[in-house]
Ligand binder design. Structure first.
Ligand code: SAM
Length: 221
């Protein structure tokens, strides 16, 4: 069974190793997240010349001065969303489409916003070729959210923000989780916000470093 899997997907072994050595060893426990990370072919979201490095413990360039995040950060942020499979999720910063594919494995519907049209088109192509039909991508300023589709059970922002954009809080369902790196342009704190009946609850999950969230409620260019 395993040999067959490795023969039909030569990167399956590298992916399995990534899950064990980078995710399980650092405390990622959600079995559904680990399964999704071992299933989604990350190498198909980067250009051919970088495919051999796709399962390394680092981010990689995806063009337009943007990056696909380190696998551990993708897993950590995804785990913090506490997805069970029925949720409507909003992602800000589609980039390569990789994080959206992970979300598509774990939730019912995924909406993702990307400000750079060329990246949005490539992300769409990547997802379509892998037959992820529960993801919608639009070009725009994600700091404004996607009001027509709100409320969302989970929102993930995959770029660094100086503060939590108010429109995203407004579009979070009761009980919903928002995961966002907040800080300056050099370092941020991974922040988890929960919309509870008593109000917003904040939890801080350590330091991280992302490219800038550029928009009305983010950085100016
Ligand atoms: N999630 C992506 C992936 O899996 O490849 C990686 C995201 S990359 C670290 C951050 C992305 O956020 C970039 O593609 C960037 O263009 C995008 N971005 C920055 N500001 C944005 C905004 N206001 N709205 C939407 N996308 C934005």
């Amino acid at each position: 069974m395993m040999a067959q899997n490795i023969m039909s997907d030569p990167q399956a072994a590298a992916r399995k190793r990534m899950v064990q050595t980078q995710l399980v060893s650092r405390g990622i426990r959600d079995a559904r997240v680990l399964l999704a990370m071992s299933k989604v072919p990350r190498h198909l979201f980067v250009e051919e010349a970088l495919q051999g490095q796709a399962y390394g413990d680092f981010p990689l360039p995806i063009g337009e001065q943007q990056t696909i995040s380190q696998p551990y950060i993708v897993a950590l942020m995804t785990e913090a969303l506490e997805l069970l499979g029925t949720e409507k999720v909003l992602e800000i910063g589609a980039g390569s489409g990789y994080q959206a594919a992970i979300l598509a494995e774990l939730a019912a519907q995924v909406f993702s916003i990307e400000r750079i049209p060329a990246l949005a088109s490539r992300a769409r192509r990547n997802l379509e070729s892998l037959r992820y039909f529960n993801v919608k991508i639009k070009v725009g300023d994600g700091t404004l959210g996607w009001p027509e589709e709100a409320p969302f059970d989970a929102i993930i922002v995959t770029a660094a923000s100086p503060a939590i954009p108010q429109p995203l809080l407004n579009q979070l369902a009761l009980g919903g989780r928002l995961v966002i790196p907040v800080g300056d342009c050099y370092s941020q704190t991974l922040t988890v916000v929960r919309q509870s009946p008593e109000g917003l609850e904040f939890d801080y999950r350590g330091g991280c470093r992302f490219v800038k969230l550029i928009g009305s409620y983010g950085w100016s260019e």
